[in-house]
Design a protein around this ligand. Structure first.
Ligand SMILES: Nc1ncnc2c1ncn2[C@@H]1O[C@H](COP(=O)(O)OP(=O)(O)OP(=O)(O)O)[C@@H](O)[C@H]1O
Ligand SMILES: [Mg+2]
Length: 256
């Protein structure tokens, strides 16, 4: 059986209107991501990465263009159906974790299950926290957890509904390199062992080398889309190469 696209966007345009001014954040993005892929999105600040992620995560709608999510034409769905589909199919992880203050880890992870009306919530939430190595932190609140641990709670919350896709906008952006590597290791494991499709944004070419495919955005357009030759395994020692040649190394050719 051929792999099928879990994400299929065609000619996506997103214009932000601010009074008289229009910002053309995405100017025609066409992209397919197939089941089981592990993709990183790179590009300069302001190139449209977050705008694209928010659309892929159906947190925002494009001004025009089509989006088939796991075969469903989501451009035609009303808000309630859309929210239900998002909750079921997509786990979203944010740079700043987006956890509720004063709420213990276990309860944070139960939230998506409450929205989806699932039973056995505590058991499922506990299993998701165990999967990210936090089985001994169930009752800790965000203030009682390190940054890397908070992000792992956020990943457990993204995982708990068994999504087809995890989308993450700079999930390692606020973390030191050791915690960042731990997050990468978890993503690689979820991708390889559970077959979850993962798309994340990073500014760090070294992090991108741990994924299987790199997409480069520039000024609202995809300017490169390349497989990563010999992706790195998180935590295995690899020489960090000179930054300027890194990107070339990631995608195998120079991008202007
Ligand atoms: N809500 C908004 N209203 C108006 N303009 C916006 C809005 N969000 C983003 N933009 C503009 O759209 C363009 C793309 O922004 P976006 O946040 O997608 O960039 P980015 O690639 O994620 O950048 P960064 O790497 O800094 O996070 C930018 O020019 C930005 O100023
Ligand atoms: Mg951004």
């Amino acid at each position: 059986m051929n792999p099928r696209p879990v994400i299929d966007v065609r000619d996506i345009i997103r214009v932000y209107k601010m009074g008289e001014v229009e910002v053309h954040a995405l100017r025609g993005v066409t992209l397919q991501v197939y089941e089981g892929e592990f993709v990183s999105i790179m590009g300069p600040s302001g190139s449209g990465k977050s705008t694209l992620m928010n659309i892929l995560g159906v947190l925002d709608r494009p001004s025009s263009g089509e989006y088939y999510l796991d075969g469903i034409d989501v451009s035609r769905l009303g808000d309630a159906r859309l929210a239900a589909i998002r909750n079921k199919k997509i786990g979203f992880v944010f740079q700043n974790f987006n956890l509720l203050p004063r709420v213990p880890a276990l309860r944070q992870v139960e939230l998506p299950l409450i929205y989806s009306g699932s039973g056995g919530r505590a058991k499922k939430a506990k299993a998701a926290l165990e999967a990210v190595g936090l089985g001994d932190r169930l009752w800790h609140t965000p203030a009682e957890l390190s940054g890397g641990q908070q992000q792992r709670v956020a990943i457990a919350r993204a995982l708990v509904n068994d999504p087809a896709i995890i989308l993450a906008d700079e999930p390692t952006g606020n973390l030191d390199s050791r915690s960042g590597t731990e997050i990468l290791r978890i993503f690689q494991q979820l991708n390889r062992e559970k077959g979850i499709t993962i798309v994340f944004v990073t500014h760090d070419p070294y992090i991108a080398r741990h994924t299987n495919r790199v997409i480069m955005l520039s000024d609202g357009l995809i300017v490169a889309d390349e497989p990563v030759p010999n992706p790195l395994v998180a935590g295995e020692v690899a020489e960090r190469v000179d930054e300027s040649s890194l990107l070339e190394l990631v995608i195998g050719r120079r991008v202007e």
